[in-house]
Design a binder for this molecule. Structure first.
Ligand SMILES: Cc1cc2nc3c(=O)[nH]c(=O)nc-3n(C[C@H](O)[C@H](O)[C@H](O)COP(=O)(O)OP(=O)(O)OC[C@H]3O[C@@H](n4cnc5c(N)ncnc54)[C@H](O)[C@@H]3O)c2cc1C
Length: 570
């Protein structure tokens, strides 16, 4: 007979939660992974049918001294969706739209609603939620808000932080509160939130100079807590919860800003004979006012040519053998204006010295893509970037650990060149794709994590790459969040004073330290503070499920990405 972990906790939950309570070994194994290379067995999982049931589960966990881990689609790449905690899976039942104001362009949703489902419901009203992340078919609004997710069109729409209006959430001590815009004199803050708001604003004021000096000035900064939100003239407290990866509170209702659907767009596929030339061109292209500039590199083109479903798409828009293509999208309301901007793109490429007649690095030009069906097919290819890269047929695979650093555009060419040199010094190469427009490229060095030398190279590459990012005043976490993989580098990137401020934020929000806040994300997975090195997270080369007693558990890296049990992540 299988021995159940914490039978008392399981019994209490089973008696009170109707949506599902999973403590068997098989279910725990399924929830031990997300899309990162970590595996950690949870204590068990609950599938609350209602928000009241979720609140009940949190209360029971608190009473039993167990930390909770909120979870959506489990598509996180940094290990923030795994821990030795009680998992509360919002994706199974907590997926309702609670309010919808078409004229005011806003809605309120439960945390487990999947982005594509939300947008399907909004479409007939001419609206959408435009944080268009690649995992839109599985990722939930709760997970997106917690990770401060960002879509390909963040140049126009910003990140989740720019699109979340308010959040209702449960704090570690069980208090439910509404986090939204507040007057800086706190006159409109409900009594039960006033002390917390006061302490947070005081913390922000105390650290204002350090925040100004140390927070990278790039749009894609999703690392650390959003302490800068506390400095605004009219602060919105929900923006502190955005990006906090479930470590400050459990979101129960998220209010979103909605946008009109995009009309007919014009896309120019800019071809480049040299990768560096493409990187140099990005900042000039962005000045033409596109809504997205997405990179597809030679490796991705070559791999996609071997995949039957993508071959016909490539045949329609790739000319010759470019080293890189930038997909430049214009999305103004007026299609004629989009065509004018596309014409300017052609002129710009000419001014930069690219022509179809040239050989080598200056080979290039623009292929127009005006037909909607082809635009969709190209977007599908781009958003399948990871699948395409992982189709590599060699022992080494592109590994995610420095994959979403962001640097200011003026440094993009230099940064990518130096990172390429760094990979070469460690005997490997990188694959590149995604959000050139905001200096956030998905770069994965090809490594075989079954070889000790490649595990060592991984550690060294991470340390050197983050030093490089810091030198360019960039962000080490530009899209996927901190989780386990990034938190240990906060000290190096933000400085120790700000890391102490992150810890103080966590403590301020969690009157009961063993509850929500004691999990991973902005803290280490074992509950140790954010400053602890996670050397053990990097040193092991094989996929391993942790079975040690809770106190000894560490996150084990695993050389494969895996998905939520509920929804496939890749
Ligand atoms: C192939 C691939 C492509 C990706 N592309 C993108 C991309 O284009 N842009 C991008 O930004 N990201 C991308 N990601 C990362 C990931 O998909 C996003 O971060 C996504 O928003 C996570 O949503 P989720 O529902 O899967 O959340 P999960 O992974 O389940 O959880 C994410 C975090 O949210 C917390 N959380 C979940 N629910 C709640 C709640 N109710 N209250 C408080 N905290 C909660 C969890 O504890 C965790 O810390 C990609 C990942 C993969 C594997």
């Amino acid at each position: 007979m299988t021995t159940r972990l914490m039978p008392g906790l399981e019994r209490r939950l089973t008696a009170e939660i109707s949506g599902g309570v999973l403590f068997d070994a098989f279910s725990r194994g399924r929830y031990a992974t997300d899309a990162s290379h970590y595996q950690m067995l949870p204590v068990g999982t609950v599938l609350p049918r209602t928000i009241a049931e979720a609140e009940r589960a949190i209360a029971i966990a608190r009473a039993e001294g167990v930390s909770v881990l909120p979870r959506g689609g489990g598509t996180s790449q940094c290990g923030q969706a795994v821990n030795a905690s009680l998992v509360i899976d919002c994706s199974r039942h907590l997926d309702r739209m609670l309010e919808f104001d078409v004229a005011g362009r806003r809605c309120a949703v439960e945390p487990g609603i999947v982005l594509d489902d939300l947008n399907r419901a909004l479409k007939s009203h001419g609206l959408w939620f435009p944080v268009d992340i690649s995992t839109a078919s599985r990722a939930t609004i709760g997970g997106m808000a917690a990770n401060n997710s960002c879509g390909a069109r963040s140049l126009r729409y910003g990140t989740m932080r720019d699109n979340v209006l308010a959040i209702d959430a449960v704090l570690a001590d069980g208090i439910s509160a509404h986090f939204g815009p507040i007057a800086s004199d706190l006159s409109d803050v409900p009594a039960d939130l006033r002390d917390l708001a006061k302490n947070l604003l005081a913390l922000g004021a105390r650290e204002a100079a350090e925040i100004e000096a140390r927070f990278p000035k790039v749009q894609r900064r999703v690392g650390g807590y959003n302490l800068d939100a506390l400095l605004a003239n009219a602060p919105n407290l929900s923006h502190l919860l955005v990006g906090s990866e479930g470590t400050l509170a459990f979101s129960t209702r998220i209010e979103l800003k909605l946008w009109p659907l995009l009309g007919r767009r014009a896309v120019g596929a800019c071809h480049f004979g040299g990768f560096r030339q493409a990187m140099e061109a990005v900042r000039h292209i962005v000045e033409l006012g596109p809504i997205a500039v997405e990179l597809v590199d030679r490796t991705m083109i070559e791999l996609a040519r071997d995949i039957a479903m993508f071959r016909p798409t490539l045949q329609q828009f790739v000319r010759g053998e470019p080293d890189a293509i930038l997909l430049v999208e214009f999305g103004e309301d007026d299609f004629a204006e989009n065509q004018r901007r596309l014409a300017r793109l052609h002129a710009l490429m000419g001014d930069l010295g690219f022509s179809w007649d040239k050989a080598g690095a200056r080979y290039g030009g623009v292929v127009d893509v005006l037909e909607g069906a082809l635009q969709t097919a190209i977007a599908d290819l781009r958003t399948s970037g990871l699948n395409v890269m992982m189709s590599m047929k060699e022992a080494g695979k592109p590994v995610s650990f420095v994959e979403d650093c962001a640097v200011p555009l003026e440094h993009l060419a230099e940064y990518t060149a130096r990172l390429t040199e760094l990979f070469e010094r460690h005997g490997t190469r990188g694959t590149w794709y995604a959000h050139a427009s905001v200096g956030c490229l998905h770069v994965r060095p090809v490594l075989n994590l079954r070889l000790d030398q490649d595990v060592k190279a991984m550690r060294a590459i991470a340390e050197e790459a983050f030093a490089l990012v810091r030198a360019y005043k960039g962000s080490h976490s530009g899209e996927h969040g901190d989780g386990i993989v990034r938190s240990e580098f906060h000290e190096q990137m933000f400085g120790s004073r700000l890391v102490r401020a992150f810890e103080a934020t966590n403590e301020t929000c969690s009157a009961t330290p063993r509850a929500i806040a004691a999990r991973s994300g902005k803290r280490r997975s074992t509950g140790r503070p954010i400053r602890a090195r996670a050397a053990d997270c990097w040193a092991r080369s094989r996929c391993a499920t942790t079975t040690a007693p809770a106190a000894n558990r560490s996150a084990a890296p695993c050389a494969r990405a895996s998905a939520s049990p509920a929804r496939s992540a890749t």
